[in-house]
Design a protein around this ligand. Structure first.
Ligand SMILES: [Fe+2]
Ligand SMILES: [Fe+2]
Length: 147
């Protein structure tokens, strides 16, 4: 942990970036659940669907936290890459989750530097969720796929 202090504006900008990516994750999982094709459609559709609830919880927490800090939550999502190819979907998911973890690790450090240890702890819980999402997607990518 550095001694660098983080102001509220910087923390709020970061949390809004996180929120836009939680909305992205919700749209990504919901879209992929509907659009997935191929022999693995049934199981992948369920896999994508169940992630929506976790990401929605993260989005709710962030929007609530942003307003608690006096900020204005973003109302649009970061872009989602569309595909109907099952393996591409899982690759996109694994990459998005990895990038999300990186953002939250940075945000955890900023929350601590700002002095909000409750936020720091909560971001740790969210990182644990995202790590599970990433590992599940990576397990799907291991082994043989036929499309
Ligand atoms: Fe999330
Ligand atoms: Fe996730």
């Amino acid at each position: 942990m550095s001694d660098e202090t983080v102001d509220k504006i910087t923390l709020l900008e970061g949390l809004n970036e996180d929120l836009a990516h939680e909305y992205q994750a919700i749209i990504m999982y919901n879209t992929y659940a509907a659009a997935v094709t191929g022999i693995h459609r049934n199981e992948l559709s369920k896999f994508f669907s169940v992630e929506v609830a976790d990401e929605l919880e993260h989005a709710q927490f962030l929007a609530d936290k942003i307003t608690a800090l006096g900020g204005q939550p973003v109302t649009s999502a970061a872009d989602v890459t569309y595909t109907t190819v099952a393996r591409e979907m899982v690759e996109n998911v694994a990459r998005a989750e990895a990038e999300t973890i990186e953002r939250y690790v940075k945000r955890m450090k900023q929350a601590a530097a700002y002095g909000d240890y409750g936020l720091e702890a909560k971001l740790g819980d969210i990182i644990a969720d995202e790590t599970q999402h990433k590992e599940e997607a990576e397990k799907l990518l291991h082994g043989k796929w036929e499309n």
